[in-house]
Design a binder for this molecule. Sequence first.
Ligand SMILES: [Zn+2]
Length: 249
Amino acid sequence: MKKYLFLGLIISSSIILSSCVTVPPKPAVYPPREISPKLPQHILRQDVVHLVAPGETIWRISKMYDVPMQDIMRANNLGKEEVLKKGENLLIPRAAPVVPVIPIYPSKKWKYIIIHHSATDEGSSLYFDKYHQGKGWEGIGYHFVINNGTGGKQDGQIEVSPRWIKQEDGSHCRANNMNERAIGICLVGNFNREYVSSKQLDALVYLVNILRRYYKIPLKRIMGHNQVLGARTECPGKNFSWTKFKNRL
Ligand SMILES: [Zn+2]
């Protein structure tokens, strides 16, 4: 009898857990291989408020802040059948400094990496998701966003968009059919007026190195939106330094 009760407890707790973490979008491969930098030995942990981005799950957020999922669920009274809503605030107890969690999926689809700027002073994946939906697209058109310290995100933070998690075509560069074969990365900022921050550049180098090595993308296929054949745009802005960026790849 006791044995069955115990089994029942395991089953019901796993149902509670899975109902909380299984939020659309469904990843293209589950579980994906994920790449994150190692945390230094001595870190300052503190309670932080996290603004939920499109497609984020408790599982992903727990890895970003190195906090067990159960602790996040308890701190926010998240119960059975509860799913995260984009734009809601979550308390993350005893959070480590946020780190990028980059999921990698086996694919032959990705042949190029295209760099964009948002041409706005502020933004985040949540902001672009709303904006792109307003254009009639299926949510945010980029695969990754690199923040500039606005929109409730930190300078140099890397956000992973649902399009990447689902391994879908982008909606960021129609010219030369790039939406179907290029990974789209957007840096928040207007680099016709401003400059890429050093933390954004570090994050871009980190992300592009992971992607180009895994998908075997040669350096000449890592380009700005304005370098794509047929694209008539200034994106990613005249202040974006290709020498500074490519020297670090
Ligand atoms: Zn662009």
